[in-house]
Ligand binder design. Sequence first.
Ligand SMILES: Cc1cc2nc3c(=O)[nH]c(=O)nc-3n(C[C@H](O)[C@H](O)[C@H](O)COP(=O)(O)OP(=O)(O)OC[C@H]3O[C@@H](n4cnc5c(N)ncnc54)[C@H](O)[C@@H]3O)c2cc1C
Length: 408
Amino acid sequence: MAFSGLPRVVVVGAGPAGLIAAETMAAAGLSVAVFDAMPSAGRKFLMAGRGGLNITHSEPLDRFLARYGAASPLFARLIARFPPQALRDWCHGLGVPTFVGSSGRVFPETFKASVLLRAWLRRLEGLGVTLHLRHRWTGWDGTGALTFHTPDGPVAVPAAAMVLALGGASWPRLGSDGGWAPLLAARGVAVAQFRPSNSGFDLSWSPGLLERAEGQPLKRIAVTFAGRTVKGELVVTRTGLEGGPLYQLSAPIRAAIEGAGLATVSLDLKPDLTLPQVQNKLARSSPSDSVANRLRKALTLGPPVPALLRECAGDADLSRPAVLAGLVKALPVGFTAVRGLDRAISSAGGVRLDELDDRLMLKRLPGVFCCGEMLDWEAPTGGYLLQGCFASGVAAGEGVRDWLAVRP
Ligand SMILES: Cc1cc2nc3c(=O)[nH]c(=O)nc-3n(C[C@H](O)[C@H](O)[C@H](O)COP(=O)(O)OP(=O)(O)OC[C@H]3O[C@@H](n4cnc5c(N)ncnc54)[C@H](O)[C@@H]3O)c2cc1C
């Protein structure tokens, strides 16, 4: 089936990266059509909104850019062009004010993505952008037109340029399943294997620990791995631990598990007290008290801490205050697996950055631009993911605009 009302530019992927690329190009006067495999747009964006939609961060730009690790040089360029304040202004322009939370993270006042997405889709419609849902991109036909699988059969769409914004491979039920990778690999584009990022880590809990601790939070703790310490909160899950500090440390922990099959982190369950302070407080508690009572009375550490200490302490003698204090300040927890892609917040891997030119166009496929989480970068939670997707989407949209401007 041929596609009626030929657009000049096609965007595949109606997540934040694709939609901002579409907006950038439509605002520049291009005729744009957006296609997505799912029945509605922005499903992962809406899911991010369930956690409050941490859209960006207010920290100084040098610290902000360091969050992109090996991809920092690219993001320094992209974010210089579309910085956190530009993203906040963009939200305000859609009628959604933002604010800086106590941690420096930036949120919409609505704490939701739905209000923003609705206003955004209206704006895109006003700019003449057409949205075609239930269109799964399947590659190119012999004439170079893009091919889609739809409920009404295959469709071919010729386009002067295209932006791929197909997302990573986490939470595949929201649409981004990484199924596009073989299509690009078949054209010689190097795609790094997808791996979970910002995910929890697994180990084998005993049935006793699970019974006492599953689902319970470990509040105001600190996690140390490979010389880096991150404070925050973790939750005991059926298969391990999950939460902000582990998300921040997920790249080196994942690398250690991939290399050695084990990554042992150190939990500080009382990070605001020194070891001698913890020791003194425990030493003053009554020797006849149980370990759980000592922890509660001396250190205000209630469940699930006693169960966790017993689980991870091996055969250490917890009745000795010095031993107990040492474990409270540095409890070793050995992870043996990374939690799967299906529930990771984001993924590492995707189109390798050296496949792209300065405009985010694939060097091997002129006219094909890529942006968002489908590129091989990762960043911790804190608003860096969405900022990276928006900034790269703007860059890809501008790249198309400039590339078409010099073509007949
Ligand atoms: C639970 C959760 C909470 C999160 N919270 C935050 C947060 O608070 N802050 C933050 O910065 N980030 C957060 N993120 C991450 C953030 O949502 C993503 O990084 C972001 O949505 C990626 O944007 P994208 O446009 O690159 O890809 P996506 O949003 O994944 O969009 C890609 C689109 O491409 C479509 N697609 C894929 N393959 C095809 C195909 N073959 N044909 C047609 N369409 C296709 C998909 O259906 C999808 O709509 C969260 C993620 C999750 C899962």
